[in-house]
Design a protein around this ligand. Structure first.
Ligand SMILES: [Zn+2]
Length: 270
């Protein structure tokens, strides 16, 4: 895993995709290094979870700074657990960055080729994903919970990158950020059935002591989708960190019973 994840709860920890180029910068934030109080301590970037808005704004500003951006550069999709993806232009700069500017409505993914625009995604168990095509000079960010995953949002991101910018999946590098993993993600038939219809039973592990319950790997589903769309295995980077296992440094909606913050995935072209 080529990241600076340390697992420590001391100084802020971050995961930075290692793209070995100055043309793009990305980040997945953790809990440390912000100003929010419990239960959002401390780097919560979600306004909608009940946290103090001024604290969230400061936290977002700090996250932006980590990749050389400002708060005003952020572009935030509404995130409705669907598969909609928007092409973002200069006109969208700052959308959703603070409560004064509404987010890009009705989408869970954004793509762009505009330098300086900072595409963001929020998550607390759902899989935050960052996309980079160095050849076409295109970036993307998306959010894939179980609904988005069975709606194939990762393929929709690739399709939108291809349609709008002639990006080819074989040139795209994808990072899957901290998210709930099969160790902790128990689902019932309501989720298992659509997952099995789309991805087979491979990503689902039946719990023998708990009839009708399964442990689900969203990451395995997403990997199948990406590879079927033409992304090569070596271009898929899964940071491998479970949010629910690490609530001392990450936010987990499931493990913290809904009362928690959101981490940020962000990406920008230089
Ligand atoms: Zn876990």
């Amino acid at each position: 895993m080529r990241t600076n994840w340390t697992g420590s709860a001391g100084d802020p920890v971050w995961i930075r995709p290692d793209w070995s180029t100055d043309r793009v910068r990305g980040i997945f934030s953790f809990r440390e290094g912000g100003v929010s109080d419990a239960p959002y301590q401390s780097l919560n970037v979600g306004y909608h979870v009940g946290d103090d808005a001024a604290a969230v704004t400061e936290n977002r500003r700090r996250c932006a700074e980590k990749i050389g951006a400002t708060l005003e550069d952020l572009v935030v999709p509404e995130q409705v657990h669907g598969a909609g993806v928007a092409v973002v232009t200069e006109a969208h700069r700052g959308r959703g960055s603070t409560p004064a500017f509404p987010p890009i409505p009705g989408v869970d993914g954004v793509v762009s080729n505009v330098p300086g625009l900072t595409l963001t995604i929020m998550a607390a168990d759902c899989v935050p994903m960052l996309f980079y095509d160095a050849t076409a000079g295109v970036i993307g960010a998306a959010h894939s919970g179980w609904r988005g995953t069975v709606s194939h949002i990762s393929r929709e991101v690739l399709r939108t990158m291809s349609e709008a910018f002639s990006s080819r999946p074989e040139d795209v590098d994808v990072w899957l950020g901290p998210s709930i993993r099969r160790c902790c993600y128990e689902v019932d038939e309501r989720v298992a059935q659509p997952v099995a219809e789309s991805f087979g039973h491979g990503p689902l592990l039946p719990r023998h002591a708990r009839p009708g319950k399964y442990l689900l790997s969203l990451q395995a589903c997403i990997r199948m989708d990406l590879q079927s769309a033409g992304v090569s295995e070596e271009h898929i980077h899964d940071v491998g960190v479970c949010t629910a296992c690490h609530t001392h440094v990450l936010y987990s909606h499931r493990a913290e019973h809904g009362r928690t913050g959101r981490l940020l995935g962000a990406i920008r072209l230089a």
